[in-house]
Design a binder for this molecule. Structure first.
Ligand code: AMP
Ligand code: GLY
Length: 423
């Protein structure tokens, strides 16, 4: 089978790697890929936003299956365009993608369907948002409150403000931070405290299969300090959620979401990502993403035993109830190596040393994100998050140890990483 993966990050490298393991794959293309992906797939120079060009490419090259990595193409309706042309694709429809592309839509959907989540209000202007704050819906002047841009903002649209003053400042700066379009509406939310867990599932619209739960470390600095990032590291650990917690999440969040999406006219087919907060008052849904996470995918797919092509076919043919998806026991850890200046102003063009020594170790995968090659053929940095060092072992300590031993072998100017992933 010929496969097309859309995207260019560590997540897409992991997807290409998993497709490559399949006995059914003959050729893998990736639009537009990175230097690591180029070692295992043919990179195609089409951006994820160019959805018509992507469909043209799939038609011309007789692609059998396309997998969408990120939210940009989904929000633009890439799945609808492919389906219109009878091209097989794994990814949510444009309508379903609103669960991620509009936080106001997602929160109103959760409220309509009684899905446990943080209390919220939506404002249509900065002035309205400031007024809502003053009303005290989210507590007094010293209460924390979360300020979110409604639209897609590449991870830059959320500020967890410690008090009302900080929230007012965040509201006034939101447009600058997240972009004018994304900040047209502002969502204000009650600030929840607890443990965060990412739970991702395959779904064909009716049936679903859960992947192992993952913890993502979003802040740049150790002990969860510093700027929010796309994710500085992840662990896959079945102990993150108990059986009872999973049962509750299925009954209170997953089933109502899939049923409501169906009844509102946008059956959800593809990958659904639940950003959860385990609070003292139960598990609450912080957000939906309509795709795999990055770097969640790296620790999930390295544990996947079942052929990814078979799973994708089952998703597309609404046959997910007839496939048994199996996972390797144990744990996986991914440590992200980021460039100097990430996330504000990533420096690029630095030569990456030590990759040859770090590669080809058993149970270690190095997934590239922002990488390119220079005129000498050396790998150089080309983005904020550069590499995801991913190790699998029979327990978490060993997985982390292996990942960090590998990190020691790699260097580039200003390399940033967290030493406390998994703690
Ligand atoms: P989101 O883009 O909605 O996932 O938000 C990014 C991060 O902000 C989440 O991973 C949480 O760490 C934090 N966050 C979002 N909503 C809330 C909330 N209601 N309470 C506390 N933290 C939140
Ligand atoms: N790592 C968080 C995300 O992919 O949204």
């Amino acid at each position: 089978m010929k496969i097309l993966v859309i995207g260019s990050g560590g997540r897409e490298h992991a997807l290409c790697w998993a497709f490559r393991k399949s006995g059914k794959t003959t050729e893998i293309f990736c639009a537009d890929g990175n230097a690591g992906i180029a070692q295992i797939a043919r990179c195609v120079n089409i951006k994820p936003s160019e959805i018509h060009k992507l469909a043209d490419f799939a038609e011309e090259n007789k692609i059998d299956l396309t997998f969408v990595g990120g939210e940009t193409s989904l929000a633009l309706g890439v799945a609808d365009e492919f389906e219109k042309r009878n091209l097989k694709i794994v990814g949510a429809s444009g309508k379903a993608a609103r669960l991620e592309s509009s936080k106001a839509f997602a929160k109103d959907f959760m409220r309509r369907h009684h899905i446990p989540t943080a209390k919220h209000e939506v404002a249509n202007s900065i002035a309205e948002a400031a007024q809502i704050l003053k009303k005290g819906t989210f507590g007094g002047e010293n209460s924390p409150v979360v300020v979110k841009a409604d639209g897609l903002a590449a991870g830059k649209g959320v500020v967890v403000a410690e008090n009302r003053k900080q929230a007012e400042q965040a509201i006034s700066e939101l447009e600058q931070l997240a972009g004018k379009n994304a900040a047209e509406k502002i969502v204000l939310e009650e600030c929840l405290t607890g443990r965060e867990v990412s739970l991702i599932l395959f779904t064909d619209g009716k049936n679903f299969v859960l992947m192992p739960p993952v913890r993502d470390h979003k802040r740049l600095g150790e002990n969860d300090r510093g700027a929010n990032t796309g994710g500085m590291g992840t662990i896959s650990d079945d102990r993150l959620l108990s059986e009872n917690q999973i049962k509750t999440i299925v009954e209170e969040i997953i089933k109502p979401t899939l049923e409501a999406a169906q009844s509102e006219g946008f059956p959800f087919c593809g990958i659904l990502f639940l950003g959860l907060m385990i609070t003292d008052a139960g598990t609450k849904l912080l957000e939906y993403n309509v795709r795999f996470g990055d770097p969640e995918t790296q620790v999930i797919l390295t544990r996947l035993k079942t052929d990814l092509v078979d799973i994708c076919e089952a998703v597309c043919s609404e046959n997910l109830s007839n496939i048994k998806i199996e996972w390797e026991p144990g744990n996986t850890a991914c440590v992200v190596l980021a460039s100097k200046g990430y996330p504000q102003k990533p420096q690029t063009g630095d030569v990456i040393f030590g990759l040859d020594k770090a590669e080809n170790q058993k149970h270690v995968q190095i997934f590239h994100a922002g990488t390119a090659t220079d005129a000498n053929g050396d790998f150089i940095t080309a983005g904020g998050r550069v590499l995801g060092i991913t190790a699998t072992a029979e327990n978490l300590d060993k997985a982390l140890q292996k990942a960090y031993e590998t990190v020691e072998k790699i260097s580039f100017d200003g390399m940033q990483f967290r030493r406390d992933i998994g703690n």
